[in-house]
Design a binder for this molecule. Structure first.
Ligand SMILES: C[S@@+](CC[C@H](N)C(=O)[O-])C[C@H]1O[C@@H](n2cnc3c(N)ncnc32)[C@H](O)[C@@H]1O
Length: 229
């Protein structure tokens, strides 16, 4: 796809470098992915043997592989070649044949209008806000009318004045409860593009979705939305 010269290059890494093999090799240990939890999530989202779905920003492919065991077809999409290699090895180990790996981003993946569900976890925050909104319109275009979008991501569920204490409290929690260091989380806040939950919710509806549910828990937001025909 040819884009104009002002189009954002979403293939380059911002913040934590997920093209770095060391970063990828230690990712699951730090992040704590859980295939059983992903299967429960997908089942709650109505995934069946008829479902065509995409996981954008699929990372090491835990969710995408869990989905391939339940769905008709899965597109596992990520900008990072290193992440995709790990995800591909996982799919090979599990003998999965209905999963396609695509190197691309929210702003570059082919949006063909034939998907029943798009899932994206902890990835949309890599884009600046205007481009998140553009990405949401592309995800709407990639879905069938009435198709569903599931987003879980870091979002700040607070007024702007509360950012310093919200960020410090999140850094404290991350360094206590996960394998991330203070520098990792500081880098995320400084260089990635996590936004406010109230901005993201508005972007979803402005992009042509009906918001089905929105849950804000701590520094996370979970959104289920339906593409308006
Ligand atoms: C924090 S990881 C999340 C991986 C996985 N979804 C999970 O929840 O464990 C973020 C992933 O998003 C990918 N990513 C970064 N920018 C992206 C973009 N513009 N489009 C698609 N994926 C992107 C990174 O390469 C990385 O694999």
């Amino acid at each position: 796809m040819t884009q104009p010269d002002w189009w954002y290059d979403d293939l380059r890494q911002v913040g934590l470098d997920f093209e770095d093999e060391g970063q990828v090799a230690t990712y699951d240990g730090r992040q704590g992915g859980d295939a059983a939890a992903d299967r429960a999530l997908l089942s709650g989202l109505g995934v069946t043997r008829d479902t065509a779905l995409a996981d954008i920003g699929c990372g090491t492919g835990i969710l995408a592989c869990a989905a391939a065991g339940m769905a008709r077809s899965v597109r596992a999409i990520d900008v990072s070649g290193a992440m995709l290699r790990t995800a591909q090895a996982r799919a090979r180990d599990q003998g999965l044949s209905n999963i396609a790996f695509e190197r691309g981003g929210f702003l570059t993946f082919p949006a063909s209008g034939d998907l029943d569900l798009i899932v994206t976890k902890n990835a949309l925050h890599h884009l600046p806000d205007m481009w998140k909104a553009v990405a949401l319109t592309r995800m709407r275009d990639a879905l069938k009318p009435g198709g569903r979008l599931y987003i879980r991501d870091v979002v700040f569920n607070c007024p702007p004045d509360a950012i310093p204490r919200t960020v410090e409290s999140w850094i404290g929690w991350m360094t206590r409860e996960t394998g991330y260091s203070r520098e990792d989380v500081a880098c995320h806040v400084r260089e990635e593009h996590t936004t406010f939950g109230w901005i993201l919710a508005r972007m979803i509806t402005e992009a042509g979705f009906r918001l089905v549910s929105r849950v804000h828990d701590g520094v996370y937001g979970t959104y289920v939305a339906e593409a308006i025909a």
